[in-house]
Design a protein around this ligand. Structure first.
Ligand code: SF4
Length: 443
């Protein structure tokens, strides 16, 4: 491996999309530092520039394509720079073809399964005159080097890919079928992190609730949570993303009985209309979802529930949208992430009749955000005057005495202190409430 001759060279990674991509970028950093590269402050300084892409919505792809325009210019200034297009967008055949035809200044195209082969692919791309493309659909993912972004919290993938094929979603097409990691590898990894002072882990998967279904041994998500909850040292165990259809009572009771598992339930419902849920192939009904929420409220004491909504899905009539509003008001989510339906190449929904006009989509998302904003504000106001335990995650770039942290129920809290509290668990008194954030007093 030619690692040693990269000593004076630097790398920079632009990461788009979800936490799984953030994790993949941490592995790419681990590879590059293993090859002798040092981190650069910015893209201009980089000798190796990696763009780790997202394909979940058109907006994410457009961002990358406009970035590529700028990078073409940068490469003309610095011809020795190696440019790498990576991730979900790069995994798609048509993108690799477009790179070959139009973006000749890109040196390496690598997909979501190529992480284990990154060093050899980069070496090859740095000596080859032609763009190197690797969007093979198999690849090792265990025991890869990693440069974690934090010293007190870590992303822990527990499974990769998804088998659900929701009709609007590109993920199964670019990340492949579900593959669970062996439980012992996950437990050993978390044990080592806890021994090194890590306080919080977030378990990652496109659908964490179907963890273990593809493994020979009898293990499911609740079992894994229980094993991790028994480990010393950690204070917070978080997880994302759940699929309501696979969220069962065993998981709810494990969270209730657990010591470290955070009482935040993120359950993307997407729509409140049974007709639209069917068209989306979500695999559950409005009634099933409300029953699940009812169960959680019946078993749990202090918790929060958040969700995702898509408006403007093909065939969504005014009545369907009213069903969504009605459900949002009935559940009273602590927060909700709302998205306008984005047609994706290769998905079922792209071919569906009844595509919705852009201005109707816009009107619906504004309505939904306003309703949820009021509900979230009311929910957050109920915390005024209470003391909340917060894990301190960040410090303001402009004011070093301004900190940000999150409660076990995933509420974002800002507060001030002149002590160095990064990575600490502190109690703050809530003195102000807004729809999306809280302000605390730390004494
Ligand atoms: S569950 Fe549905 S929306 Fe989520 S990643 Fe899988 S296919 Fe996509």
């Amino acid at each position: 491996m030619a690692g040693m001759n990269n000593i004076n060279e630097r790398y920079f990674i632009l990461t788009y999309g979800c936490q799984m991509n953030v994790f993949d970028s941490e592995v790419i950093s681990g590879h590059l530092e293993g090859m002798g590269f040092m981190p650069a402050e910015n893209e201009e300084e980089a000798d190796v520039l990696v763009i780790n892409t997202c394909a979940v919505r058109k907006k994410a792809e457009d961002k990358v394509l406009s970035k590529l325009g700028k990078l073409k210019f940068l490469k003309e200034q610095k011809s020795t720079m190696t440019i790498v297009l990576w991730g979900c967008m790069a995994q798609q055949e048509n993108i690799a073809k477009r790179v070959r035809e139009r973006y000749g200044f890109i040196d390496l195209v690598g997909g979501t399964h190529s992480l284990g082969r990154f060093p050899e692919l980069l070496e090859k791309a740095r000596v080859s005159r032609r763009v190197v493309v690797d969007i093979d659909t198999v690849g090792e993912r265990e025991d890869l080097p990693i440069r974690r972004g934090h010293s007190f919290k870590a992303w822990i993938p527990i499974s990769y890919g998804c088998n659900n094929y929701c009709t609007y979603c590109i993920v199964p097409h670019v990340r492949g079928p579900e593959k669970s990691r062996p439980p012992q590898s996950i437990i050993d990894e978390v044990k080592a992190l806890a021994a090194n002072g890590y306080k919080e882990i977030t378990l990652l998967g496109q659908n964490v609730n179907s963890y273990g279904k593809d493994l020979k041994e009898e293990v499911d998500f609740a079992d894994l949570l229980k094993s991790l909850d028994s480990l010393d040292g950690l204070v917070h165990i978080r997880y994302m993303t759940s699929h309501p259809r696979d969220f069962n009572e065993k998981v709810i009771r494990t969270i209730q009985e657990g010591e470290k598992i955070c009482e935040h339930f993120h359950l993307p419902i997407q729509s409140g209309s049974d007709k639209v849920l069917k068209l989306m192939n979500r695999g559950y009904t409005r009634e099933y979802y409300l029953e699940l929420i009812h169960n959680i409220k019946g078993i749990m004491d202090n918790f929060s529930i958040t969700s995702d909504f898509i408006v403007g899905f093909p065939g969504e009539e005014e009545k369907d949208f009213e069903d969504t509003i009605d459900l949002m008001k009935e559940v009273e989510f602590d927060a909700a992430y709302t998205f306008i339906y984005s047609p994706r190449e290769g998905t079922e929904a792209l071919k569906m009749d009844g595509q919705i006009e852009p201005d109707v989509k816009k009107k619906r998302i504004l309505t939904l955000n306003q309703i949820q904003g009021n509900i979230s504000l009311e929910k957050n106001r109920q915390l005024l005057g209470t003391k909340q335990e917060v894990l301190v995650e960040g410090r303001s770039k402009t004011n070093p005495e301004k900190y940000t942290g999150r409660t076990r129920t995933n509420k974002i809290v800002h507060f001030f202190s002149n002590e160095n509290l990064l990575g600490m668990l502190v109690n703050v008194k809530i003195i102000e409430a807004k729809s999306w954030t809280l302000t605390g007093e730390y004494k």
